[in-house]
Design a protein around this ligand. Structure first.
Ligand SMILES: [Zn+2]
Length: 151
């Protein structure tokens, strides 16, 4: 097993069937990043890009993923950060730490989806009201202008 310490990246539409070791495949259309586990075990690691999963930073030359990647369901249990194409190895977590992180993630996701559901209709109705008020004002102004100009 050869450990990967530096990654390349490739922007792709579809994730290829055969993945190369040491390459981060970034699919913007699918908002997903896939790579083979950096420990060398060859397992495919899928990191979806969502507000509650991972965030990708592309600075034009390198890519970073946030937060760290914990492959707790793989036999290797490897844990690392991907920072500016470099693999920064992090310590293994105990079962308790993994459980706590998973619970935290679940809460974060729940909050995210509850909040976005609650916020969206309110924001829409305010905007609709404002634009209707603006439309009414414009109509009134139009009428006044017609009275003044006589057309
Ligand atoms: Zn591995």
């Amino acid at each position: 097993m050869i450990r990967t310490d530096t990654l390349n990246y490739e922007f792709v539409d579809h994730i290829p069937e055969q993945l190369d070791d040491g390459t981060l495949y970034v699919s913007i259309p699918y908002a997903t990043v896939v790579h083979r586990c950096c420990c060398g075990c060859g397992r495919e690691v899928v990191t979806p890009l969502t507000p509650t999963d991972w965030a990708l930073v592309f600075d034009g030359e390198t890519v970073s993923l946030d937060p760290s990647i914990g492959n707790w369901s793989f036999p290797c249990r490897s844990h690392y950060w991907i920072k500016m194409n470099a693999v920064c190895w992090a310590p293994d977590w105990s079962a308790t730490q993994v459980r706590a992180a998973r619970a935290f993630d679940a809460t974060k996701k729940e909050q995210h989806f509850t909040n976005s559901n609650a916020k969206a209709p309110a924001r829409d109705s305010v905007d609709a009201q404002q634009s209707r008020a603006r439309a009414r004002k414009e109509n009134l102004w139009e009428r006044i202008r017609r009275l003044i100009l006589g057309n």
